[in-house]
Design a protein. Sequence first.
Length: 255
Amino acid sequence: MKKSSVQMLAKIIVSILGIILVGWLLYRSPSVREIVVSGAGRMGAPAVGYLRKVATTDDDIKVRQQAMVALQDMNADAVPPLLEALGDEDAEVRKEAAFVLCTLGGAQAKQAVPNLIDSLKNDSAPMVRRFAARALGRARPSAQEAVAALLVSLKESEAIVRANSAEALSVICYLAEADADGIIPALIEALEDSGGSVRQEAAEGLGRIGPRANAALPALAKALQDPEFEVRTEAKEAIERIQRNFSPPQKMKAN
């Protein structure tokens, strides 16, 4: 081989190695990996495996979050990496996983019900527990799977978790037609909660349940005097929804 040819080959090899090195150095930047993940999300099915791996293994929280969102946007089965992310040591990653499961809802979120219940009961971060509660409401689980845990979280220390638990309980009761005997009394009691957002969600939830919540009418009438405008508004609308299709049983005529 001629010397000129060897020199040319050497230059080509050096150039290729340089490109690889630059690419490697660039990919080490989280902002570049976010761009790559975003682009992969537009590739469709061929990128699902890559995105699942990034969602659970990348050392940057924002990159993992971006991968979760990309999987969600693709309507891919994002549940396996999300379940793993629910156990991540970083609370922000756990929160993002619970939030994505909340937005997925339906059959995909239903796969995560046991993990979401565990997060609701045991996660140390209020925002994770909050989105776990909301996701349970959207997963349409059977009452026995989620209601017990949500009834407990309806009395926990963080108002934002109590509020989302109230919402989830009413959604489960409405969509799954769960046993209302345990849910409605709990929501009526929540109308007296110290947190305005909890009282608001309780009132809205009772209205969502509709005529089956007729036992809540006295408590909702009392809530019309609540100091917070949003609570009064939801109480008024709830009363209207319950009464719209509710006919109280007529008294039996005396013979």
